[in-house]
Ligand binder design. Structure first.
Ligand SMILES: [Zn+2]
Length: 481
């Protein structure tokens, strides 16, 4: 049975949905910039969880939101010189392009804050009516302006802190950094923010304003999935305050506990010593990597570590993942050519069942994709051994191996289509000609013949559209997109 680590209890627990389909909500993107590899990791991890549940006969209803209005989108609009709504649209389109390339299946439902304002307002009104929220003047220095802010009254929700396991003192100390004298308790957080000059706003019972961030996910998750959901996903950086606040709002409103039965959090991807994030500027966009790396190989790289692990992005490891993926593709293509239309052995006769058993044991253990990938490596080696037998090989056995490989990589969402290899877009003769010129250029650089090296760089660009990059380990080249 599938075991998942539940942040709420801090335990690895058997996953048992209340009913089918499994109700799954994942915090989505604030479309303020091109998505980076940290986003890729999180959405791929949730995509594999969804695929694996389905593989284990648990259909999933998967909902994901877009925070399509937010301080950072307003900033993005200013940065890009376009209205915030257009900036949001631009980066949502980019998100879908990248996720489609990476094989992340589309959600059953996408929700957008800008389409949820009336329902968010109703949610906030009900929290005020039940005494869990209060409004205060949004512009205390300007008595003419009657717009109000609305805050959640944290002291009315005794379970506050149960997800992040922070004690009151730690939370108060954290909240005091941005101390706001108007709040009743430093932990209280905004449900509704009064409008600032020049920013988008909506009419509300509290005047002109817009929703705070946390309230959107409570409203959308309940609206699309009901008062209780099975799985709530997102990055570990969302545990506090975002998910803690979602719990407070939701459980205070409905009294249904827990709001989400399993809180499943993806570990962070590091760049050097920092968390990969737009906010710090320490990020690598998905798009920049996909210029040089086949998309399924990037996916394989991100799944070769299990979803809760925190790890550091390293280009050498991405290159190793490309090699690994090409080995899988090659093994599959070679075997598939041999078997033609031969029918595979199935059921108890399937000689590859042990690989399936290993794979399920790995993923049942808190979605251990690192072990799942190792099982596929073993399967690929077995396929290569069989292919190497030449004419001796039992084609029905080989066909069973290919079928099993297709099933297991399908659960991980890793396509093994040779056409997805960026190398496939150039023929062998061209590649040899490029390698020859790159080699000549390296020699010229070593001999400090800089003019010749520059000339060769230009020739590579003009003849082949190739861009050369010099690193401490030598020169690499890519096709310009
Ligand atoms: Zn959220």
């Amino acid at each position: 049975m599938l075991q998942l680590t539940n942040t709420l209890t801090g335990q690895k627990e058997p996953f048992i949905p209340v009913t089918l389909p499994v109700r799954m909500y994942v915090c989505g993107l604030t479309p303020k910039n091109e998505p980076h590899l940290g986003h890729a990791r999180n959405f791929i991890a949730n995509d594999v969880l969804r695929r694996y549940l389905e593989y284990r006969n648990m259909p999933v209803r998967y909902v994901q939101n877009f925070t399509d209005i937010d301080d950072k989108i307003i900033e993005a609009g200013l940065r890009d010189g376009i209205p915030p709504a257009e900036a949001a649209r631009r980066y949502m389109t980019g998100y879908f392009d990248d996720m489609d390339a990476l094989g992340v299946r589309r959600a059953d439902v996408y929700t957008y804050v800008t389409e949820y304002i009336p329902k968010i307002i109703t949610f906030v009104e009900r929290l005020i009516e039940s005494g869990h929220a209060y409004s205060i003047p949004g512009n205390p220095d300007d008595p003419e302006n009657t717009d109000q802010d609305v805050y959640f009254a944290t002291d009315t929700f005794p379970d506050y802190g149960k997800l992040s396991k922070r004690d009151d003192e730690a939370m108060q100390a954290g909240a005091r950094i941005a101390a706001d004298e108007r709040k009743r308790d430093p932990r209280d957080f905004a449900l509704w923010k009064s409008a600032k000059v020049g920013e988008p706003w909506w009419p509300s019972p509290w005047g002109h304003g817009r929703p705070g961030w946390h309230i959107e996910c409570s409203t959308m998750a309940m609206d699309t999935l009901g008062e209780q959901i099975d799985i709530h996903g997102g990055g570990m950086d969302l545990i506090f305050p975002h998910h803690e606040n979602e719990i407070a709002q939701s459980e205070a409103l409905t009294g249904v506990t827990p709001f989400a039965r399993y809180w499943v959090h993806t570990g962070l991807l590091q760049l050097g010593d920092e968390k990969m994030a737009h906010s710090t500027g320490a990020f690598v966009t998905i798009r920049s990597v996909l210029r040089e790396v086949p998309a399924p190989a990037l996916r394989l790289y991100l799944l070769a570590q299990s979803y809760r692990t925190q790890f550091t992005y390293l280009q050498e490891q991405v290159r190793a993942a490309v090699t690994r993926w090409r080995r899988w593709v090659e093994a599959r293509s070679t075997a598939a050519q041999r078997i033609g239309a031969v029918v595979p052995l199935v059921g108890e006769d399937d000689p590859f069942l042990a690989y399936q058993t290993d794979f399920i044991a790995a993923l049942d253990d808190d979605l251990n994709t690192a072990r799942g990938v190792a099982t596929i490596d073993d399967l690929v080696r077995r396929l290569n051994d069989l292919t190497a037998q030449g004419a001796q090989v039992d084609l029905a056995v080989l066909a069973a191996g290919v079928a099993m490989l297709d099933t297991l990589v399908g659960v991980l969402g890793i396509a093994l289509d040779p056409a997805l290899d960026i190398r496939a877009t150039i023929d062998d003769a061209t590649r040899e000609a490029i390698e020859e010129l790159v080699g000549q250029r390296t020699a010229a650089r070593q001999a400090k013949q800089w003019a010749e090296a520059d000339r060769l760089r230009r020739e590579l660009d003009e003849r082949f559209g190739v861009e050369v990059k010099d690193t401490s380990q030598g020169s690499t080249w890519t096709m310009k997109s």
